[in-house]
Write a protein that binds this ligand. Sequence first.
Ligand SMILES: NC(=O)C1=CN([C@@H]2O[C@H](COP(=O)(O)OP(=O)(O)OC[C@H]3O[C@@H](n4cnc5c(N)ncnc54)[C@H](O)[C@@H]3O)[C@@H](O)[C@H]2O)C=CC1
Ligand SMILES: O=C(O)C(=O)[C@H](O)COP(=O)(O)O
Length: 372
Amino acid sequence: MKITIDENIPYAQEFFGSLADIQLLPGREITNADLQDSQALIVRSVTRVDQRLLANTPVNFVGTCTIGTDHLDLSYFQEHDINWSSAPGCNANSVVEYVISALSALNAPWITSTVGIIGCGNVGGALYRKLKQLGIKCRVYDPFLSDGQCADLTDLEIVLQSNVICLHTPLTTTGPHPTFHLLGDNELELIADDAVLINAGRGAVIDNQALYRQLTQRNLKVVLDVWEGEPNIMLKLLDHVSIATPHIAGYSYDGKVAGTEMIYSALCKHLSRLPTVKVGDVLRELESPALHWSGNRFPSDIYAYVRQSYDILNDDKIFRASQMNSISPGKAFDELRKNYPIRREFANYYLPTQVSDRLKNSLIAIGFRELH
Ligand SMILES: NC(=O)C1=CN([C@@H]2O[C@H](COP(=O)(O)OP(=O)(O)OC[C@H]3O[C@@H](n4cnc5c(N)ncnc54)[C@H](O)[C@@H]3O)[C@@H](O)[C@H]2O)C=CC1
Ligand SMILES: O=C(O)C(=O)[C@H](O)COP(=O)(O)O
C-alpha cells in the first residue's frame, strides 16, 4: 500500500510509515499523476481535493490534519465512496492562545471588555469558556446553536457592537447560513471605531476589499491570521492591519502533532488496524519550555506571561518583513508556514511559585499549569 502525504505534516514518517510506503510531496503541488498508485491521501489545508485531483486514482481514503474542511469536495467523496476524516478540535486551543496573545499584545483592556464570538464550536467555544472563567462578558452569534447550548447567544448585529470581535466560523458557501463574506461593508460599519476585530477562521469570511475600504477611512484595530487569496494576499491591506500573521493561529506544535495523530488513528480504523504509534512517543523528545525573567521579579500581569510563552508580535514582525522584502510574497507566505518554529501551548509552561493566588487563578484559567 502507498500513502501520499503533504511534506509539511510533522512526524508523517513515524506515524504513517508504520502502515505503508509513503510519498511526501509539497501540498500545493500534489497532482492527479502523483496519486496513480496511492490508496490514501493525507493533506493539510492547502491542497484542494476534488475530482480533478482524485479522478481515476485508487485513493479511497482522504485525511486532512486540519479542523477546516473547505478544501475538500465532500460531495465528490460521497458520490465515489471515498472515506475521509478531518481532525476536529486538534488545534482549537492553539487558536484560542493566538487570540489571547493578540489581545495581550494590543494592550486591549480585554479583561474588562465585552467580547463577541462569531461561531461557537470547538475554537469559539473554548475561547468562550476561558473568557467566562476570567469573568469577561461575552456575546455569541451562532445560528446553529440553541439557547440551551449557550446562554449568551444573540444577533450578529449585537455581537458586532462588542469591544472585541472574534471570528471562528468555517468557510461555507451553501446551506442556510453561508459564511462567505459574512462581514461585508454593512456589517463592518456596525463595528465601533475603538473595537478590535480578529479573524483566525478563514480569510474569505471577511470581504477583504470591504475591510480595506473601511481601514482607509478609520482606525479600527484588526488582527488577521487568515486572508482572502492565500498565499497571495492583498498587500495593501497588510499596511492597515494592526497585527498580521500567515495563517499560523493553529500552528502550536501540540496542535499540529494532535492533527497527525487523529488522522493516523482514522486511517488505522479505515484499514481495520490497531494504532501502534502515540503522540506521547514522538513528543517525549522535546524539552519542556521554561518561563524566564531576569532575577526573581515576576511580572504581576497576565499579558507578560502570555508574551513569554507566545509573543504574536514576533510572528507579525517576521511576516511583514517577508511580505515587504520578497519578490515573491506568495512563496514567502508559504515558506514562513513551512519553517514555523516550535511553539508550545500554555499548558506546557509551569508557573513560578511566587505568583500571587489571584494572578495564578487567571493564568490557570487560560491554560498555564501550577507546579506541584
Ligand atoms: N487560523 C487557523 O490556523 C485555524 C483556523 N481554523 C478555522 O476555524 C474554523 C472553526 O473551527 P472550529 O471551531 O474547530 O469548528 P467547529 O465546526 O467546531 O465550529 C464552527 C462553529 O461555527 C458555527 N457557524 C457555522 N456557520 C455560521 C455562521 N454563518 N455564523 C456563525 N456561526 C456559524 C457552527 O455552528 C459551529 O458552532 C474552522 O472551520 C477553520 O476554518 C481552525 C483551526 C486553525
Ligand atoms: O486546522 C485548520 O483548519 C487550519 O487552518 C490549519 O491550522 C491550517 O494549517 P495548514 O493545514 O494550512 O498547514
